[in-house]
Design a protein around this ligand. Sequence first.
Ligand SMILES: [Zn+2]
Length: 310
Amino acid sequence: MVSIVRPTYSMIFYLSSFDTTVQILGNEVYLSLLLAGGENLCKRTHDNKSILDRFPYLQFYSMLWNAKKMKNHRSPKWFFLIIFTALVSVYRQVGVEAFAAAKKRSGKPKKKASSTTKGFGAPPLSLEQVLAKFPTRIPKLPTDDDIATLECPCGKPNASYGDCCGPLHNKIRPCLTMEDVLRSRYAAFCWRKVEYIMDTTHETCRDWRGDKIAWAKDLNKQGMFDSFDFVGLEILGGEDFVDDNDGYLEFQVTMRGKDGGTSSAAVAGKETVVKERSRFLRDPDTKAWTYASGDVRSEVAGLQDTQLNM
Ligand SMILES: [Zn+2]
């Protein structure tokens, strides 16, 4: 019996005397060591506590071993168990390392699923990404500076876009008057600036929605007057204040139904004039005015149900 146990001890001493070897062989070797009653040897070659800390499973096995104190553990079956577990451990570790090396050699790492925007599990698009997909009517010029020199689409006399609605659209300054809101929103409809329409809509407006992406998609689909060409904006009278932060402005918009568009035959190719008295509200802190609601007076075919929202 002793002759069988002794080679086991020497084998384990050999393995455990090389820390790297021990790490490669892993838990099974230590399990074998403990099962073979090699706890004292373990203490000699390594700090026993640190080994048990390093291989947490062993604490369980060690406890199990100490609890049972099996009498016949120095029988041949333990010797074969030690050999078997050591071989399994080496085989497994060699296999794992060979697999890792082969994977490293194979070059390109797999494309991460999250890097695509299509298919199941793809992250939802951000508002910016959704907006970027919408068509616009912004004139195609080489640079923003060129666009700034254009005549402002709101139609303000002798005003370039860069001096009039541009700074409002680009959030360089807020709308400090009701007229600012009206002109810049009209210009935003002209050029199909969906985000600006949302940004200048007051929370109390019937169109306001917390879900900006859903709101943007709806505006893109049917809220940007795609069946019409914008002919002009005319402000009727002056700003009518209820108080410092509440007021009305009356205006009329002239539009022309597009021939090839989806507008009804009654308005296709014809100019139509729509009047609206809009209510605007001002944030007392930021002093920025926004659009709150509109009272539309239109008998024009195709526009009776349309609130201009300008
Ligand atoms: Zn303007």
